[in-house]
Design a protein around this ligand. Structure first.
Ligand code: BT5
Length: 257
């Protein structure tokens, strides 16, 4: 069942230009990309209960049993210089962290670079940003209630909001919070794209840690995660004192401080 009518009416057209609900899709990002090609105005939302081909970054898959998750893609058309577009997934990460925090009963809500949402140190959501000409699709998959989900071994480290709070969490309330916070953050970002990076850094579960970054077009880097660059890259200080800027890759947190 889709979001309640009253919720949709409170979001469209005040915050969203439209909200499409589907019981099943291949991937909400794929449908959002089609919508972007049709020229839909921002902020257009595509929401589904389940995906037959949910995508992570770099062709990986996203797992989300029916009824357990928030699967949402937002189409935006930011008229900002191209270099700052890469900040949008990080901005969405900050919005997601702020939106879910009130549901998390004091569990730590942080962001593993670039934008995995960690609740109590475990992954509860991921974000996939894709650029298409003038539009950007921001796909958000958030595990809302996985208490009854038997998960495959590779997802043993994943959690959900309901597990973090030890009780029920209403995914439509999470949706309302997320869309509201994202709308405000996005408006502020268009006026001043770099201003939110302080808030991103304050949320970071990666800064200050020893990390290993596996990159796809360059050798792996190991060192201290010491800063976030103005383009959202992760700056790592290696043991020989060099600093390396990583603009993409997978981070492994090696050990606590
Ligand atoms: C991400 O990729 O974390 C981005 C995921 C974005 C998913 C949303 S759902 C709505 C929209 N439509 C789509 O088709 N996609 C977006 P990445 O950092 O590559 O992480 C993927 C890895 O996380 C997988 O290889 C698994 O190991 C793990 N994983 C898969 N499903 C998970 C889940 N539900 N919770 C936690 N980890 C998961």
């Amino acid at each position: 069942m889709g979001p309640p009518e009253a919720l949709v009416r409170s979001l469209v057209p005040a915050v969203l230009s439209d909200l499409e609900w589907h019981d099943e899709v291949s991937s909400t990002n794929a449908l959002a990309a089609e919508a972007a090609r049709r020229g839909v105005p921002e902020v257009h939302a595509v929401l589904a209960d389940r995906q037959t081909a949910g995508r992570g970054r770099l062709g990986r898959s996203w797992h989300a049993p029916a009824g357990t998750s928030l699967l949402l893609s937002l189409v935006v058309r930011p008229e900002v210089p191209v270099p700052v577009l890469s900040l949008l997934p990080l901005l969405a990460g900050v919005a997601l962290a702020e939106a879910v925090e009130p549901f998390c009963s004091g569990a730590t809500v942080g962001l593993k670079w670039p934008n995995d949402l960690l609740v109590g140190g475990r992954k509860a959501a991921g974000i996939l940003g894709e650029e298409l000409g003038g539009a950007v699709v921001i796909g958000i998959g958030c595990n809302v209630d996985w208490r009854a989900v038997e998960r495959p071994p590779e997802l043993a480290g994943a959690t959900s909001l309901a597990e973090a709070v030890g009780g029920t969490v209403d995914r439509w309330r999470v949706l309302a919070a997320l869309v509201g916070v994202f709308g405000n953050r996005y408006r502020a970002w268009k006026a001043e794209p770099g201003a939110f990076l302080d808030d991103y850094q304050a949320r970071s579960a990666t800064l200050g840690r020893q990390v290993r970054i596996t990159r796809h077009s360059a050798p792996a880097v190991e060192g201290l995660a010491c800063a976030i660059g103005p383009d959202g890259s992760l700056v790592v200080r290696t043991p020989d004192g060099a600093t390396v800027r990583c603009s993409a890759g997978d981070v492994e947190h090696l050990r606590p401080l």
